[in-house]
Ligand binder design. Sequence first.
Ligand SMILES: CC(C)=CCC/C(C)=C/CC/C(C)=C/COP(=O)(O)O
Length: 282
Amino acid sequence: MPSPKSKNPVHGGGSPVLGSSNGRYDFMSLTKPLNRSSPPHQRQGSDPATARLRASESPTRRRGSSSSTGSGQGLPEEDGLRLNPSFIRVALSSLLAIDLWMSKTMGVCACEDSSWGSVRPLMKLIEISGHGIPWLAGTAYCLYKSDSATGQEVMLNLFMGLLLDLVLVTIVKAVVRRRRPAHNRMDMFATFSVDRFSFPSGHATRAAMCGRFLLAHLVLAAPLRFLVVLWAALVGLSRVLLGRHNVTDVMFGFWMGYVQYNLIEMLWLSPQTLQGLLGQLA
Ligand SMILES: CC(C)=CCC/C(C)=C/CC/C(C)=C/COP(=O)(O)O
């Protein structure tokens, strides 16, 4: 049965607020109970004695109660609880709208005809510098060429980190399935089918993870450290400028890559661990 509020939402008294009914946003009362399905005589605590008892209960117990008194005393709390999901939904929708608007506005290199179309080749060069294939191939080459045990250990862990990154990003993309921005041209080099999804940006996760890895294990000189940070930031920025991603894809990607580096440190493969693993395999 349709709720009387959805028929005439503003006539409920109290302050109207946004809420969702049947997937559409309606106005709801802040001061009237929402559940009208049970008749008033079946509601708990409708007699004055029970209402007094309930009023003396601790806030925690009152919060746990699922009924409305109709007296107005416990209502703001209960309504507050009911309103939270709607508020979160409205906040998320607003954030999403801001994200889409910012991403579209910033996608100034999305194609040659775009306002910054002339910078597109440079952005695509930065894109390749954060691609998985050059990173995996370069790390494998350094691992092969390295003649010190420390060098091999570092390169091996970087390689494992890059594989871990590919797996985690693939899983998250497959679960979230967020489409790339409409203004993106799908002319990326060497992509998997899951790369038609945009959340999170694989380039951003790689840039953050490899950036942290380089700073912690390989790059010591201050100017070079600055360049590493600049490179990671440019990789992220280029994803939005090229129209490949929304801003939130890149921000989440940076966070995910940052956390992935912590995972590499936790799972760090020492030469002893490696020898043990290889020994078990042999
Ligand atoms: C050896 C092997 C399995 C290599 C795969 C490397 C590869 C194709 C990585 C995909 C890189 C890519 C296009 C990621 C998408 O990045 P977004 O920033 O657009 O999410």
